[in-house]
Design a protein around this ligand. Structure first.
Ligand code: HEC
Length: 120
């Protein structure tokens, strides 16, 4: 057991990294909606391929920010705006951090309310 260095494995940074990798590893599952397919193509694939064009990603986040699904999604613009800011700063860690808060807040709701809504 002690050869597994459990203390190290449970360090918060390692846990966060594991969770992030798990989220991105699921990126080839078929998304539930057209928005999910767009995210896979514009966000997950470039990140996983290590091929991020920050200027393009900033535009994509700005487009996303401008398309809040309804007035019910009050934090949408700010959440997407955080990704746009990170991409504008060529901050890959910040870009990756911007995904989860919006998914936690809105993914379930969006899939339930807009299963076939075209995006963009
Ligand atoms: C402003 C909100 C918002 C931001 C920011 C956001 N997403 Fe999403 N994302 C959603 C919503 C809503 C869905 C649900 C639609 C679906 O699953 O088809 C989704 C679904 C997805 C999906 C398809 C389902 C899945 O989990 O495989 C992928 C892939 C994805 N997002 C990747 C990302 C990545 C990577 C980032 C960050 C670089 C990101 N998203 C940032 C709102 C957001």
């Amino acid at each position: 057991m002690r050869f597994l260095l459990p203390g190290r494995l449970l360090a918060p940074a390692a846990l966060v990294a594991a969770v992030l990798v798990a989220g991105l590893a699921a990126a080839d599952d078929k998304p539930a909606t057209p928005l999910g397919t767009w995210m896979q193509q514009h966000f997950s694939h470039p990140i996983l391929d290590g091929n991020v064009d920050f200027a393009k990603m900033q535009q994509d986040f700005q487009l996303l920010a401008s398309k809040a699904p309804s007035a019910d999604y009050a934090n949408w613009q700010g959440l997407a705006g955080a990704g746009a800011t990170a991409a504008g700063n060529k901050d890959l860690a910040g870009v990756k951090k911007s995904c989860k808060p919006c998914h936690d807040a809105y993914k379930k709701k969006y899939i339930a309310e807009f299963p076939t809504k075209p995006f963009p």
